[in-house]
Design a protein around this ligand. Structure first.
Ligand code: NAD
Length: 461
């Protein structure tokens, strides 16, 4: 029988993990420092790959990919010793004398399957957590971002222990082969359809999974807020990476009279950020491939909606202008699926009740954003809706707070990571109880059970 490449990789990494070499904190920190140095020393190569794949601007690539990762690594290095410290747990008197604590142990070999939209960040941020927790890891970058995938495959082995970290390039066939191998955790970022395939494959071996998925993240805008500032923030969060951001505001829910103002200010914000012809802006990205480009054009074919700005497109360069649609029917195709591109529908609702009803009638989103000056509205949105994250006044930025857990709920995902939450994901928290053998008051719980033991036990337990 021919052993597949994925089987060889997985068994090589399994042998490394079994050797114990990834467990010492010194090894983990050395790997993290080496990854940090790689990202800074080869920043230009990574930026060039991201530009090739997505037309990503260099500053945006720094903010959302390399710089983001360096911050995540620094935060982890700063706090790792504390996060790894065993935690004492009180012991009930009935068990005294004894000591209880929890210790974290690495899981083993983990598989990280990442998507194309932030192809560096979403491959390496989980890897930071996996290494910090003392695991070996296989990284499977997306085939839809081939330049970044190739850069990862070429550069990672220069910095990281090649017996502990492997990059496997490829598409569906290679990922399917990897999913046949035993792993101790599978961390998948991408769409819900493939998420289900991953979870079904993991179920065969009871492998735990993290699913970082997407969905339609609304931006609720109330009257009485600074609409010009809100529009700038929404336009920034929506049109970065040409709208191909899992946490981007998918649509605006404009309450009452806020609708006219936010539409007008969104058009102004787009002009301020990308000029009158965004096709010529060096800061504006491109759609990843023709399939996604055609899908997005299909969503634009909605005669009922009013075009506020944008709509221009060019298939040869996969350019689609930052587009704002108004008066959008809540049942229009653009409102039925995650847009994942630079189209921003504005849906009007009469009041906050209607906005909350709109959100809760749909799948739980990865993020809910709200622009409101009312504390009461903030409280209502916090308690009456469910989403992976909730942010007031700014979209997307919650990701950059390393102490905040990042992940979805319901259809938007399963599990969370970043900072200490990555350590939780990639470790097993083991319960340890240590009771000395001298003194044995436990005799009262040993059979044979007598009437007095029964009476005593019922009184103290
Ligand atoms: P993608 O097409 O690159 O797929 C992701 C990974 O799944 C790739 O590595 C790919 O090789 C693998 N894959 C694809 N088809 C497969 C199959 N049939 N079997 C096994 N593996 C397969 O990326 P995508 O799914 O188009 O990514 C976009 C989606 O990801 C959006 O829904 C977006 O919201 C979501 N997303 C979520 C996050 C998050 O952190 N929650 C981040 C980015 C993107």
């Amino acid at each position: 029988m021919v052993t597949s490449a994925s089987a060889l990789t997985s068994s090589r990494l399994r042998a490394t993990f079994a050797s114990g070499r990834t467990r010492p904190v010194s090894w983990r920190k050395a790997q993290l420092r080496a990854l940090r140095d790689l990202l800074t020393d080869h920043q230009q190569e990574f930026a060039a790959a991201l530009h090739t794949d997505l037309g990503k601007n260099g500053t945006e690539a720094h903010v959302t990919e390399t710089g983001f990762l360096v911050n995540e690594i620094d935060h982890t290095l700063r706090h790792l010793d504390r996060w790894l410290r065993p935690r004492r747990v009180p012991v009930p008197l009935t068990l005294a004398p004894a000591r209880a604590r929890t210790i974290r142990e690495p899981l083993g070999v983990v598989l990280i399957i990442s998507p194309w939209n932030y192809p560096l960040q979403l491959a390496l941020a989980p890897l930071v957590g996996a290494l910090a927790a003392g695991n070996c890891a296989v990284v499977k970058p997306s085939e839809l971002a081939p330049a970044t995938s190739a850069a990862l495959a070429r550069l990672l082995p220069l910095a990281l222990d090649p017996e502990a970290v492997a990059v496997v390039e490829g598409g569906v066939a290679e990922t399917t082969a990897l999913l046949d191998e035993p792993f101790d955790h599978i961390f998948y970022t991408g769409n819900g359809t493939v998420g289900r395939i991953v979870m079904a494959a993991a179920a065969r071996r009871l492998t735990p999974v993290t699913l970082e998925l997407g969905g339609k993240s609304p931006a609720v805008v109330e009257p009485g807020t600074d609409l010009a500032a809100a529009a700038r923030r929404i336009a920034w969060g929506k049109f970065m990476n040409a709208g191909q951001t899992c946490v981007a505001p998918d649509y605006v829910l404009a309450i009452g009279e806020a609708a006219d103002g936010i539409e007008r200010h969104l058009a102004t914000a787009v002009r301020e950020m990308y000029g009158t012809d965004p096709a010529t802006s060096p800061d504006y990205g491109r759609i990843v491939d023709e399939r996604h480009f055609d899908r997005l054009l299909g969503l634009l074919k909605d005669d009922s909606a009013r075009l506020v700005t944008g709509g221009e497109h060019d298939r040869t360069t996969r350019y689609l202008a930052p587009t704002v649609l108004a008066d959008v029917d809540p049942d229009a195709p653009v409102m039925r699926e995650e847009i994942f591109g630079p189209i921003l529908p504005v849906v009007r609702v009469p009041d906050l009740d209607a906005a909350i009803a709109f959100v809760t009638a749909r799948d739980k989103p990865l993020a809910l954003y709200a622009f409101t000056a009312s504390r009461r509205s903030k409280l209502r949105l916090s308690t009456e809706t469910s989403s992976g994250a909730l942010a007031f006044g700014i979209p997307n930025a919650h990701l950059t707070v390393p102490g905040l857990p990042f992940g979805g709920v319901g259809e938007s995902g399963l599990g969370r990571y970043h900072g200490p939450h990555s350590l939780d994901t990639f470790s097993h928290t083991k319960a340890v109880l240590d009771k000395p053998l001298f003194l044995d008051p436990l005799r009262i719980v040993y059979p044979p059970y007598t009437a007095w033991k029964d009476r005593l036990l019922r009184r103290i337990l």
